[in-house]
Design a binder for this molecule. Structure first.
Ligand code: PLP
Length: 394
């Protein structure tokens, strides 16, 4: 029987290669960091979600070794049978505190946190109102719940209000948004969203995968940045980006809602406990960052420095407020080819073209990290300028 599937896959893969959506993976021969090794060569890395520069550090290597030594390698159990250790409870308290919520529940990934959220709380009589550019994990999570879905135009508060009005007869309504959108680094207008939620009696869910530990004065994420801590009902986030980079995630919420998740959320109940290395290390990271605000300070200095230098050299850089920095090029081919040329110059960045971003909005996405030095940034800008001139981008 495989023959039938094989021929379908072969033609789909050929089509993907032809239309430019086929994905290849660069294989790193080193740990994650400001510099990585590919094919025996060193590259400055500007495309990881390693915003605070913690991934791949000796600091976390040590923290994870200590966690495994103290708590063992794994639990061979789900949380509610015999898979909850002190360290899991401590991390839940710590991350709830970080994002300003009453309680938090751990998941193996933010994808699973999202999937385990909507289907637990929202059913046939309810409506999920979702930003059109929400992350794939939210889109799939919404599909897996029995609730009706409505989609509003990206960050369009007038359209969101229309959708809230149109669903006024329904039981529960929840507005779902990314805190930070990964292609532009733009931040959801949470103040306006919470005002509309109050006006129309809706709940608010924020996926803060790119923001926990990054945004807000204390790293509390976009609710802190937007001044709406306490007004958001659900925050999902990951330990797999700024907070260490290995994996693991959480849903932070109000007390009863967390209790209910522990009782009913399927991706929590029927999946193994978060591993001890990630749990212990994430707890270490949260405590460490409290004592070391300089990680975030360096990140913002770097992000600002890069943006300024790029603008000075004639590049089009939107005024977002996140270390995700899209270099807008427009032309699909230019974005992809330029990223390749930059790679040849030792700068690892990725070009994004349609269908990942809208037609005519192709770009190279740069992700700044606290671990970059001023020299790294200057070198990246110098290479961008050199390659940009060759491609007629500046
Ligand atoms: C990366 C990301 C996720 C997935 O996080 P994992 O913990 O890797 O599953 C979910 N939502 C958003 C918005 C993301 O950017």
């Amino acid at each position: 029987m495989y023959g039938n599937l094989k021929s379908i896959l072969e033609s789909e893969l050929v089509a993907a290669k032809e239309n430019g959506t086929y994905k290849t993976e660069r294989v790193l021969e080193s740990a994650q960091g400001r510099e990585i090794t590919v094919g025996g060569k060193q590259y400055l890395n500007f495309c990881a979600n390693n915003y605070l520069g913690l991934a791949g550090t000796e600091l976390l290597e040590k923290a994870s070794e200590e966690a495994v030594k103290r708590w063992g390698f794994g639990l061979a159990s789900v949380r509610f049978i015999c898979g909850t250790q002190t360290v899991h409870k401590d991390l839940e308290r710590a991350v709830a505190g970080l994002v300003g919520m009453e309680d938090a529940v751990l998941y193996s990934s933010c994808f699973m946190a999202n999937v385990g959220l909507f289907q637990t709380f929202f059913g046939e009589q309810d409506v999920i109102i979702s930003d059109e550019l929400n992350h794939a994990s939210i889109i799939d999570a919404v599909r897996l719940s029995k609730a009706e879905r409505a989609v509003f135009k990206h960050m369009d508060m007038r359209d969101l209000e229309e959708k809230l009005k149109a669903s006024s007869g329904r039981h529960l309504r929840v507005i779902a948004t990314d805190g930070v959108y990964s292609m532009d680094g733009d931040i959801a207008p949470l103040k306006e969203i919470c005002d509309l939620a109050d006006k129309y009696d809706a709940l608010v869910m924020v996926d803060d995968a790119h923001a926990t530990g990054v945004m807000g004065k204390n790293g509390g994420g976009t609710p802190e940045h937007c001044g709406v801590v306490g007004r958001v009902d659900f925050v999902t986030g990951t330990f797999g980006k700024a907070l260490g980079g290995a994996g693991g995630a959480f849903t932070a919420t109000r007390r009863e809602a967390a209790d209910y998740l522990r009782n009913r959320s399927r991706t929590y109940l029927f999946s193994n406990s978060l591993d001890t290395a990630v749990t212990g290390t994430s707890l270490f990271v949260i405590n460490h960052l409290k004592k070391h605000p300089e990680f975030r300070e360096r990140l913002w200095e770097n992000a600002k420095y890069f943006r300024e230098l790029m603008k000075k050299n004639g590049f089009k850089v939107p005024d977002a407020q996140h270390p995700i920095t899209p270099i807008m090029l427009g032309d699909e081919k230019k974005a992809v080819e330029m990223a390749k040329a930059l790679f040849d110059e030792g700068i690892y960045v990725i070009g994004f073209a349609f269908p990942v971003v809208p037609k005519g909005k192709a770009r190279i996405r740069v992700q700044i990290s606290a671990v970059h030095t001023k020299k790294d940034i200057e070198k990246a800008v110098e290479k961008f300028t050199k390659v940009g001139k060759e491609f007629g981008a500046v």
